[in-house]
Design a protein around this ligand. Structure first.
Ligand code: HEC
Ligand code: HEC
Length: 495
């Protein structure tokens, strides 16, 4: 019997008595959060500079992606635009001159030729990838240097631009307008890194496994952190053994989250590691420094005593000749991310292919359920950002109902920040491990549960959200009926 039908016969009094208490929740009122970080309005000049940084700054990470990983040779010889699109890379429509668009449409610019990729790179049109392209005596283009920017993972493009390649194939969703701060949930960062000839077989296997085991849109931001600070974190002869130890410690990739809707929140990332105590520039800047240095290998330094490797505090120094290309841009980069509000489905759903066909009556009853004493969602998802991070703080490990219990172990806090919920309609699947997801083939959620009347919905967002509600319903014994769950899903979609 499906869990959806089993509960609806329970009398309300009994179900209320059975509601399990959540650890560490505050019964917060909706008073404004106590913020240690700036609110809007932000300095427009700082924001504009930050946009350039977010989109185009590699912080000198070509040192890693070119000199160490040799990605320039792989791209030049083997990565045509169609291959790039298959691993989730996006093209900025606004960076394409009309004659290039025309060439793609009439087929004179072939999409199965790596030379075209170099053309796109020279136009600065590949979202999140910066290349320096030169032309040789033979007339062929060469990729001299390549690096990555924040936009690789945290920008995508709209699905409402229709360039017809060769007159027949619609490139909607591949070529489009930039959506900064929106996670690229089609990107396969592990598969891309695995193309590097510098990796050991053990490393390649690990990176390839992210897409095959978890799917696109996953990245493991802790994997480099498990190696000796003295050695190059991602490549080295001892790395296979390191990976084994790292996996044993709980290392696992997570979904790429949105880098927007974060203004005023005291803590950044799923586990709240980012705060002003550990990075004076701010909570988002903490994490930007971490990723910029430790993962992207930009020129700069990162250290945090709460994170240890082989018993020693994590200390990474990727400066070259003492240069620091990260610290000076942190404030503007953070301001730009703070400036991006979570998108509203009514105005922005259409360009993302998500219908804003909300049933207002269901939204209203769903809101009452969200705030009511049976589901108690708003005891943690409180205030205008739907998180109690400023009023309550971080939560114990047991407060996440996601299936994965390991990711938190490699964090600095070993706790959870309650995820802000505005704009979640645009980034399913849900939870840090994507375990709030509906599998259309098996017609079940990842936890094996069924979604009752929403199984027939054509809307992926509603189906995935139904699986989120199921996780809560099952692990916290909420005894929500099928109609209650449908209403709650409608409300979540509307946020
Ligand atoms: C290779 C992919 C990748 C790149 C490149 C990357 N990130 Fe992230 N980012 C992630 C992942 C995965 C997480 C989730 C980590 C967590 O929450 O534990 C994350 C988390 C974040 C968050 C936290 C969001 C929240 O809810 O608090 C912000 C903000 C962010 N990244 C901004 C940036 C910026 C700015 C850059 C460039 C300096 C960057 N990221 C580069 C993958 C990436
Ligand atoms: C005890 C505090 C708490 C309560 C109560 C709570 N949540 Fe959460 N919620 C969290 C935490 C912590 C996360 C992050 C978990 C993770 O990613 O592993 C989360 C994540 C989510 C997400 C995923 C957001 C995303 O972007 O991935 C949704 C949706 C959500 N909660 C909805 C609800 C609903 C609906 C209810 C009521 C049925 C509820 N929550 C009750 C703490 C809570």
């Amino acid at each position: 019997m499906s869990i959806f039908t089993r509960n609806k016969w329970l009398p309300v009094a009994l179900s209320a008595a059975l509601v399990a208490g959540f650890a560490g929740c505050n019964d917060s009122d909706d008073a404004g959060p106590v913020s240690q970080v700036p609110q809007l309005p932000l300095d427009p000049q700082l924001v504009a500079a930050g946009q350039q940084t977010f989109r185009f700054d590699t912080f000198g990470d070509e040192t890693f992606w070119t000199d160490t990983l040799q990605m320039h040779t792989v791209i030049e010889s083997a990565v045509d635009p169609l291959t790039a699109a298959n691993v989730g890379l996006k093209i900025d429509a606004d960076a394409l001159p009309p004659e290039v668009v025309q060439g793609i449409i009439d087929g004179s610019i072939p999409l199965d030729d790596p030379q075209t990729t170099l053309v796109l790179l020279s136009l600065n049109a590949v979202v999140g990838v910066k290349g320096q392209v030169s032309t040789g005596n033979d007339g062929k283009r060469h990729l001299d240097r390549v690096g990555i920017t924040c936009a690789l993972c945290h920008s995508t493009v709209t699905k409402d631009v229709h360039v017809m390649a060769g007159g027949t194939t619609d490139l909607a969703g591949i070529v489009g307008k930039r959506l900064d701060g929106w996670p690229n949930r089609e990107l396969q960062p592990g598969t891309i890194i695995s193309l590097s000839p510098a990796l050991t077989p053990g490393q390649k296997a690990e990176y390839v496994s992210w897409a095959t085991k978890f799917g696109p849109g996953f990245y493991d931001p802790r994997i480099d952190a498990n190696t000796d600070p003295g050695s190059n974190p991602a490549v080295g002869h001892d790395i296979d053994a390191n990976i084994v130890a790292y996996k044993a410690a709980g290392g696992v990739p997570v979904v790429i989250p949105a880098a927007l809707g974060l203004v005023g929140l005291n803590n950044a990332i799923f586990t709240g590691d980012g705060d002003t105590a550990h990075e004076p520039a701010g909570p988002v800047a903490y994490w930007n420094r971490y990723v910029g240095v430790v993962e992207m290998h930009g020129h700069g330094t990162f250290s945090d005593e709460r994170l240890t490797i082989n018993g020693k505090p994590l200390k990474v120094d990727h400066r070259v000749g003492g240069d620091d290309l990260i610290t000076p841009i942190l404030a503007q980069l953070e301001a730009y991310q703070w400036s991006i509000a979570a998108p509203a489905i009514g105005t922005e759903g259409a360009k993302w292919g998500v219908a804003s066909d909300l049933d207002t009556q269901k939204v209203a009853s769903g809101k009452a359920i969200f705030e009511g004493s049976q589901a108690k969602c708003s005891s943690c998802h409180s205030g205008s950002s739907f998180t109690d991070v400023n009023t309550f703080g971080l939560h114990p490990a047991s407060d996440s109902v996601a299936l994965d219990k390991n990711y938190i172990k490699l964090s600095a806090t070993k706790q959870w920040r309650v995820t802000p919920l505005k704009g979640i309609w645009m980034h399913s699947p849900y939870f840090h491990d994507g375990s709030g997801a509906f599998n259309r083939t098996t017609a079940k959620c990842m936890d094996g549960s069924e979604i009752g009347s929403l199984a027939g919905a054509t809307d992926r967002v509603r189906q995935d959200l139904a699986c989120v509600v199921n996780r809560y319903n099952d692990s916290k014994a909420l005894w929500l009926t099928d109609p209650q769950r449908v209403d709650l899903v409608e409300y979540l979609k509307s946020l």
